[in-house]
Design a protein around this ligand. Structure first.
Ligand code: SAM
Length: 322
């Protein structure tokens, strides 16, 4: 799964998928993901490439001029990692210059979620003030494009956000707790806090994502979120669980993680899951049912499926009068 927003690289289409490397407060690169494997392919193979590297957060696919071709890029930490991909799929490897990460980027259009949020990459004070002025009744969430998933541009994130707004409405005033598993930029946890959640936990196994997420929770005025580097598969959720569990993860990870996700959901809890390719939805939901989880709302956007549900035991209504 890759996001299509804007590029830090020399692409020519506006329908781009990219991520940029991130910098700490002193504008130093945090980690060197400095080798880029790339290959050109016909646009018709986009889905195949996306599925081939499904789960790798460092994949970037760009449309190139005319939309007939795509450039697939994988950002790697070492040359060995990049060379191994060449030996399997061909293509070439180049070393990135630090300067490439510093190119200014144009922020994508703000994204509106229900009548509640505007998500924007814009963080320049003047431009941000203009967005606020144009949307006086909406909360603004600022997520600059960095080396983590979750700017809101991807169908999975935006659908999770919409469902989260609905869940928050039904829980208004109840100090509901949240676990955001695979938090990426932290966008869902940030939205939850702005919607009135109480204790809010967020985790990602990718240290890049956690670094980005920590910056985002600060910049969005939601520092109470407890954000940790944690693999969901080895996570030990607290006994009482969370009222709302958000898991925009890949199908394969969801299937493995259902036991822990089921444990992390409090009785009468709401679960919102995404990252499921439509072709894999049946397997994902069948595996969830084996752990007592069911889904009452399933939304397909493009090839991605997002769903809202809970414990099967809570979804089955008992009829007391005949
Ligand atoms: C599709 S992104 C979702 C990001 C964000 N929550 C959103 O909705 O846009 C999936 C995230 O899950 C993380 N992830 C994948 N497998 C994981 C695992 N086993 N444990 C924790 N995080 C994981 C990835 O690093 C990535 O940031």
């Amino acid at each position: 799964m890759v996001e299509r927003h804007l590029a830090k690289v020399d692409v020519v289409s506006s329908n781009l998928i990219a991520r940029s490397i991130f910098f700490n407060a002193a504008s130093q690169p945090l980690i060197n993901r400095m080798f880029v494997w790339s290959k050109l392919s016909a646009a018709q193979w986009m889905d195949a490439w996306e599925e081939r590297f499904s789960g790798n957060p460092n994949l970037v696919i760009e449309m190139v001029k005319g939309g007939k071709s795509i450039r697939i890029q994988l950002f790697c930490n070492t040359r060995e990692e990049a060379d191994a991909i060449v030996s399997q799929f061909g293509g070439s490897v180049r070393k990135m210059a630090n300067a490439e990460w510093n190119k200014p980027v144009a922020p994508p259009r703000p994204l509106k979620v229900r009548d509640v949020f505007v998500l924007t990459a814009e963080h320049r004070p003047k431009e941000l003030a203009a967005i606020k002025q144009a949307n006086p009744k909406r909360e603004i969430i600022v997520i600059p494009p960095e080396m983590a998933f979750g700017t809101g541009d991807h169908a999975t994130t935006s659908t999770c956000l919409r469902l989260l707004v609905d869940v928050a409405r039904s829980r208004k005033g109840s100090n509901w707790t949240v676990a955001d598993l695979g938090t990426g930029t932290g966008v869902l946890a940030i939205a939850a806090r702005k919607l009135g959640s109480g204790e809010t936990f967020a985790c990602d196994y990718d240290p890049f994502a956690v670094a980005v997420g920590l910056r985002n929770i600060k910049r969005n005025g939601t520092p109470e979120i407890l954000m940790q580097q944690q693999d969901v598969l080895s996570w030990k959720p607290r006994k009482k669980g969370y009222d709302v569990v958000l898991a925009n993860l890949f199908s394969t990870i969801l299937i493995e993680a259902w036991p822990v996700i089921a444990k992390s959901l409090a009785p009468k809890g709401d679960i919102i899951v995404s990252g499921i390719l439509a072709t894999q939805a049946w397997d994902v939901f069948t595996a969830a049912a084996a752990h007592g989880l069911g889904f009452t709302k399933v939304i397909k956007k493009g090839k991605w499926v997002t769903a809202h549900g809970g414990h099967l035991a809570d979804l089955i209504e008992s009829e007391t009068n005949s």
